[in-house]
Structures are given as structure tokens and as C-alpha cells.
Design a protein around this ligand. Sequence first.
Ligand code: PLP
Length: 373
Amino acid sequence: MIPVSQPQITDYDVELVSDAMRTGWVSSTGPYIEQFEREFAAFCGVAHCVATANGTVAIHLALEALRIGPGDEVIVPDLTFVATANAVRQAGATPVAVDVRQSDWCIDPAGIERALTPATRAIMPVHLYGHPCAMDDIHALAEQHKLRIIEDAAEAHGAVFRGRRVGSFGDLATFSFYGNKIITTGEGGVITTDSPELAARARFLRDHAMSADRRYWHPEPGFNYRLTNLQAALGVAQLSRIDLLLSKRSAILEQYRSLLARDEFIMNPALPGAKPVNWMTSLVIPGFTREQRDELIQVLRTHGVDSRPFFYPLSQLPMYECDGKPVANELSATGLNLPTFPDLSPSDVEDVCRAVNAAFDQVAARPASRARN
Ligand SMILES: *Cc1c(COP(=O)(O)O)cnc(C)c1O
């Protein structure tokens, strides 16, 4: 079975993790943490980076750093991984889902404007599947309405919008280093920011909110959201070759595009001004029902190819249920992610594409048994 994702672990990765082990600095103090934070900040073009235990708590910590909580609303895209909304709820605030755009699958700035209320405190754009959001329009809205921006960049390390890398647009931005992300630390995350005050507050809250000059004095409730030195060692090794990893992913997408060039298929968007990264090669089949898409995934499995359906929209999940969002619903029902990882070989991609084309013809030949989506 060709998996959807697989981390690339090299001898160098093992060497740095082993080095961290040998020094005895296995917990959340140690030189690799500072090095990883410094180098990841530089990669994003920001002044500060705060490493965290995973990408979800990075979002929660960013909200807490901004003192966003009960009574506050945070605007999120309807089509995202559930962690985006869960972190908002964990902070005690309310996520407000806004539809995405057909053009880039990211949050629609026009929809943000319609969703604003007096309780709105922040916008949380998600650079979905590696495509950067319309940060110019989002920034203008935030300025106009005095809102904070927290980028959820968990899927988009290295993506560029109008010459700047994601992670540098928000008051704060968050990344994930889960095993299937662009680079991994096993589990892990970071906050990036240009604000020394927000970085300091995030560090303080990350470490039980302990006073810097009075040990075991905690003026407010904090968290243990730290990354370990062991994990940071892996992060340093992975980050040292991120350009290579990104270019391998791009080459994979180009090969997919050439072998899956048919009128029935839409693949990863790439708007002018945006340089997306290929976190997940995506295939949308506008003519399909959700049932047909699911059947396609099953047939692919019989051909030895693993794939994933697009996320369910937040507005369809029980705890966030609200008015359906047409674009998010349509993409969610008709999209799937194909195997995408640096060590996927050109012949693997050929095999996947042969399977996709055959499976599509097979599923499309049968009439859909239920109403669309
Ligand atoms: C992966 C992901 C997260 C969560 O990251 P974890 O490190 O798994 O906690 C948050 N948001 C999005 C959009 C993601 O894809």
C-alpha cells in the first residue's frame, strides 16, 4: 500500500536526536530548543518563535497570549482541521465559521466581513493544504475593525504570499510538526511573532506562568505546553533541509498535474501572488457526490493506494453545527488527498495516477445512487 504520508528520517536526524539523548537534556531544557526556535523564526522572517508540545496547543497558547476568552468570537474557515476550532473553544471563546473561496479553498474575506459582530476579537485564517490565504484583504479588515490575526499555518511551512512567508502576517502564527506535516518533530508546534511582548507572554504561559524572578510564584493559571530538547533536535535536523523537502513536494505535484490532466479534475489551487507549498496533493472532482468520492477512495485502496477525504466542514460537526456553507460543503464532499511525501518516487506517482484514472472511470461509469452531496 502506498501511504498518504510518511516522514523522511535520515541518519542526520538520528544523529542529532542521539546527541540530545547522550547529553542527558531529554526534557524541555537544552540547546536544541533555542536553536530550533531561532532557526524557525529566521525561516519565517520573524523575530520570535516559541516552541510548543503540538500545533493545537500552539493555537490555544496564541489565544491565551492575546487574552482572548469567554465572550469573544474568533472567525475561522469552515473548511479546516477541527483543531483550529477546538483550540478556540478550549480558550473559552466561540469559533465563528465562514465559508472558503472556490479560488483558493481558504477563508473568504467577504465572508469575514459579513460575520463580524461586536464580540469579534480575532481572525484565524488557515493556509489550507499549503495555499496561503488572501492576507492583504484579511489584514485590511483587521486594521479597519481592530481585530487580531492568528494564522494557523500548520499545513503551510514555507508558503509565500506576495513575497512574504506565512507565519509573518499575523499578530501571531502557529505551526504543527506532527508526523505528516512538512517537517516533523514527532509531535510539536511553534508560535511565531514579531512582538516581543506576545512572545514573552507565550513563553510565560507555556511554562506554568511562573514568575521570572520568583521561583514557584504563579500570578495566573498557566500550562505545560513545552517541546522537548529531543524533539527539537529532530526539528533542527529536519529544518536544515526544508528547502529540499519542499522542492521534492513541488516536483511531486507537477508530476501529478501532468498525469491527472483531465477536465473532470481540479487540483491544488495557485492564485497569482501566492506561492503555495504542496503539503497534500489534492484532487477535487466537481461532478461527484460524497458517496462517489468515498467509493473512489475504496477502489483506490484495492489498487494499493491510500488516500484521505477532505475534512468535514466545521458547520457539519455536532459541536459546531450551524448554517451550511456552500463552497466548504462542495469541496468537502468532492475532494481527496493523494499520497504526498518527499520519498515518494516518480514511479510511485505513476502508479497512483494509473490507479486514480482507472478508479475514476469505474466509479463515474456507475450512476450515483443518491442525491448530490
Ligand atoms: C495539523 C493541524 C493542526 C494541529 O496540529 P497538531 O500538531 O496535530 O496538534 C491544526 N490546524 C491545522 C489546519 C492542521 O492541519
